[in-house]
Write a protein that binds this ligand. Sequence first.
Ligand SMILES: Nc1ncnc2c1ncn2[C@@H]1O[C@H](COP(=O)(O)OP(=O)(O)OP(=O)(O)O)[C@@H](O)[C@H]1O
Length: 306
Amino acid sequence: MDNIIYTENLSKSYKGVKAVENVCLQVKRGEIYGFLGLNGAGKTTTIRMLLGMIRPSSGSCFVNGQKVSAGNYEIWKQVGYMVETPYAYPDLTVRENLEIASNHHKIQDKSTIDRVIERLDLIPYEHRKAKHLSMGNSQRLGIAKALLHEPQVLLLDEPTNGLDPAGIVEIRELLQELAYKKGTTIFISSHILGEISKIATKIGIIHQGQLVQELRKEELDKNRIVKLLINTKDRNEAKITLAGLGYDFWENENGVLETQSEDAVNHPENIAKALVKGNHPPTLLLVEEEDLESYFLRVIGEKGGA
Ligand SMILES: Nc1ncnc2c1ncn2[C@@H]1O[C@H](COP(=O)(O)OP(=O)(O)OP(=O)(O)O)[C@@H](O)[C@H]1O
């Protein structure tokens, strides 16, 4: 079984309100799974069930090949997590907080703390009390705690919250290094779609408690709409010229000509040549790929209620 995290018809209702409904998700070893959803879609509820923090109404979850249940403490030795706002003892320093976490995990090698402080760029703040940290640095401390015992599985709820752009890149590189070099399996929930598209190897889209799509990065790349946008001085005439050559262009909502024809998208140079030959030189020639945000909105729109 190489699914490190999976769920079987996982559901959770709160007083009749279905927060998560029949979710079956699968995450393989070394995968970075991006769990995407709007506010209230059911991301945190799912992560909390994966971590055994709340009990499912029905269905089950498995982490590291073991069923998550109240008495099963074995699982957590190999799992690191950060859910919502990372918790730290406010009056203790960054180093002291990590020492407590290190004792909790029974880590003997004290240089582990130095390494994690360095890895998360926390050296300038190691003697600062947690309550005086910026949001971004609190987030770094949360991630440091999650990584301290070098877990095989990491579950992170919105890990880049509060980080500046440089911090986001650093965390992205750190997570990629863990997945690619150490085979760490990483489950990240996020609403920062651009971020997820840069890092995830598989994506799950949750909407109104249901997993509406689960697909690998390559499938996402294949499913994304790619279009060729062109503009010329006389769009109507250009459209007629191109139609004569078998290309179906239409004027889109931004007043430029658009096609999704594979031939045109793959060979925009042929379109440029045809336009020049027909005396309609292009003022715009652009191949545009649907970004994850548009894809996400299209998928949940198709399921209703975007
Ligand atoms: N303890 C609770 N009691 C009642 N309803 C709850 C509870 N926790 C979550 N819900 C409801 O379950 C649904 C899913 O919430 P959840 O927090 O899992 O969504 P989310 O995708 O994490 O959203 P966000 O991105 O806003 O954190 C929401 O409708 C929420 O109001």
